[in-house]
Write a new protein. Structure first.
Length: 183
């Protein structure tokens, strides 16, 4: 019989990280996403990716996530999908939301952002940075991104890129498992 439920369980250490107090700047959100990714690697609790969702009207962080795909055995628990899932109904609040992610979203996470109607996506490391250490980010990201931009979604890539790229490099240097299609 197929499972009748699924659970997202964040690592205990993530609850110990102090969230920045609202209103939170773009830089503070990105630094938090990168710090979460870095800690996820250091504690070997998941992949080298972190994400934060900020409510634009108040500057409050309403969702955060780290990559839990390998740790949980659930391939959809990427940092972005975890943050989106935990933000839940608050995503629909007036004023929109911004997703900050330590690396440009893969095709699955970009699709989840599309369906969650996220209005702005800010990322640190680039798709090619993730692919340089062995990850396969998925065909079609360029086309979906263009469609999202056409309907008004704003993308800002490479914001604090060196810091996001350093987390990927550290993960690879520690022998972190590269997972996903063609891995």
């Amino acid at each position: 019989m197929a499972s009748a439920s699924a659970e997202i369980r964040l690592p205990a250490w993530l609850a110990e990280m102090a969230l920045p107090v609202a209103p939170v700047s773009d830089e503070a959100c990105m630094r938090f996403a990168i710090a979460a990714a870095r800690e996820n690697v250091a504690r070997r609790s998941g992949g080298p990716f972190g994400a934060v969702i900020r409510l634009d009207s108040t500057g409050e962080i309403i969702g955060l996530g780290v990559n839990l795909a390998m740790a949980s055995g659930n391939p959809v628990l990427h940092a972005e999908t975890v943050a989106i899932s935990l933000a839940g109904r608050r995503l629909a609040e007036a004023g929109g939301v911004t997703l900050f992610t330590s690396c440009e979203p893969c095709i699955m996470c970009l699709g989840a952002s599309h369906w969650a109607e996220i209005g702005r996506i800010v990322s640190a490391a680039l798709k090619e940075d993730a692919e340089a250490v062995g990850f396969s980010e998925g065909a079609g990201t360029g086309q979906l991104r263009a469609e999202m931009e056409a309907r008004g979604v704003v993308f800002q890539s490479g914001f604090l890129r060196a810091e996001g790229e350093a987390v990927l490099a550290d993960y690879a240097a520690r022998g972190g498992e590269i997972y996903g299609p063609e891995s």
